[in-house]
Write a protein of this length. Structure first.
Length: 164
């Protein structure tokens, strides 16, 4: 506001406005990269939690229904890929009769390593698998990886996070 009081004009000068904008720009430059990292890490961990719960559901389904199957469907651009990491569109949990009981989409920026190249694995009636599985879930733009182990002997499912 410009008020004439005692012969002086009061207000904010252009220099003060520019200094304020420079301070805001510096704060933004410091905060923004951390915010982006936080969002990508949180999104990956959220997906890893969903992934873990779905695999545990498959294991419990196997125990109650004499088996279950986890199918992974690849993204179009990764259909013929024979090396990791591979991008998947979604995965689904099936009962022994083929009925889908849960379907979860992979986020676009998440790829996986360690899923059998046959694109599926099965839980036996006792809740175990044929071979120990070590699955990495990797998100582009994120230094954190989700690492899941499914033990072939006990069927135990563990998810841990690793920083690069």
């Amino acid at each position: 506001m410009n008020n004439l009081k005692n012969g002086r004009i009061k207000g904010v000068t252009l220099t003060e406005v520019i200094i304020g904008l420079v301070i805001l720009a510096i704060l933004f430059a410091i905060i923004w990269p951390n915010y982006v990292k936080y969002r990508s890490t949180t999104a990956l961990k959220g997906f890893c939690d969903d992934f873990t719960h779905a695999i545990k559901l498959a294991k419990e389904t196997a125990r109650s229904m004499e088996g279950s199957r986890v199918d992974f469907v690849r993204r179009q651009d990764d259909l013929t890929k024979n090396s990791y990491p591979i991008g998947y569109a979604y995965f689904q949990i099936k009962k022994p009769d083929g009925t889908v009981i849960r379907k979860i989409s992979f986020p676009d920026n998440v790829t996986a390593s360690g899923i059998p190249l046959t694109n599926y694995f099965e839980f036996k009636a006792n809740g175990t698998v044929d071979t120990t599985l070590n699955i990495y879930l990797i998100s582009s733009g994120c230094k954190t990886k989700g690492y899941m182990t499914i033990n072939k002997d006990t069927g135990s499912i563990d998810m841990v996070y690793q920083e690069n």
